[in-house]
Design a protein around this ligand. Sequence first.
Ligand code: FRU
Length: 494
Amino acid sequence: MKVNNPTLILILLGATLACNPSEESVDQQSRFDEPFRPQYHFTPPAQWMNDPNGMVYYEGEYHLFYQHYPDSNVWGPMHWGHAVSEDLIHWEHLPIAIEPDSLGWIFSGSAVYDADNSSGLGTKDKPPLVAIYTYHDPVGAEAKRDDFQTQGIAYSTDNGRNWLKYEGNPILENPGIRDFRDPKVIWVDDKWIMSLAVKDRISFYSSENLLEWEHESDFQPDWAAYGGVWECPDLFPLKTSTGEEKWVLFVSINPGGPNGGSATQYFVGDFDGVSFTTETNEVKWLDYGADNYAGVTWSNIPEEDGRRLFIGWMSNWAYANVVPTENWRSANTLPRELTLNQRKGDYLVASSPVRELEKLRENAQEMEGSEWEIESELVELILRPEQGDFSVEIGNEKGEKVVFRKNGEELSFDRSQSGITGFSNVFGNLHTAPLEGLEVEQLRIFLDRSSIEIFVNNGELVLTEIIFPESPYSQIKLVGFRDRSTVHELRGIW
Ligand code: FRU
């Protein structure tokens, strides 16, 4: 809220002081129930959010940090907002974890558990959590210098509740490249490896102590997608169902996505501790919807769990700053488990909602016929198409709707009449996804007020899309489906 009138400030201050805690929590509750606010997706308590950052699991808690500007609902000086969850579904908002300082704003990055205290920033008894992020110096950027992005670290020895900046920051100076950011750090064999987005390539660095880094190699195949700047890399191993291990590299790009604006491409190959190589030469997209960007995976997931867990930012730089929400802007995707499939000699990453989400199912209804009414705004639909083309129309009594279709070898998603669309001249564009021989056997569709996520089969193809209907969607029309579809109503998480 921007207030310039001093009398008004005093009145507002008085009103705030008069507020007792129970009134505040009522306020908090109504804020989480405002128009378009997703009910089972993560959103910040207020104001602007973009990329998820620093996701790390530690002592029973999944930490989630995020790019956050606490003073406005548009992008600005970045902080790391913070929340924790015991189940990936219900989140507790915590105070801002990392604030800008004289070296700059706090851009995206990652966090690791430094179990052996290799950094010396904790003790043997209480090793630290270490966050590695980009400093973006707004003064250097304004002056059109090239070296205004550097890497810094902060650490916590109290389960992520308080973060101290390392005195020796920055830990990685800028060699004179404007886009030099988003460090994602993992432990490989006997050293730390950092993947860093450097304009139009990914640079890999290694370190023994998280403080001193050495450049190892660059990845920049000539056939990759280069429609925009490369951002937010993530490098991790993933096994196929037969136990073969491959390395996956995520690279978000903005713009240049398959359906316009920002999106995440990925590569499957090998990493030998120095360089990443891949034998394929086709661009692969993690999600064909317009609204899954800058997603990365959690670190330090216990071996007995063994999953590779992902969350993305559910928006698109093409319109993120102008979507019609006021008090808060942007949600995250559903948390997803990544798996590696082999199809036609190729390795493909599938992403499906984490199993913990099933806890939100309130009741299941078997539906017959091709037209139904749904009563809840929060649902999961499970649909089984017949062979051949199909369409799913989901809308309201005002005629606002989205249409998801299979037409031959292509899927399409039309949100041109989905509700409020006029804030952007690209929001209503038709989105398409090639099936490339994939048989559509099952659809899982999640609706949450202002988002739709469609998982084909077990997430072999995914579309994540946001929408702004003026009244809740309640009508579903199906063409080309078998009977016995299932509708689960879902509980909200706040
Ligand atoms: C991706 C991104 C990152 C950067 C951050 C700034 O959406 O542009 O490259 O670190 O957002 O908020």
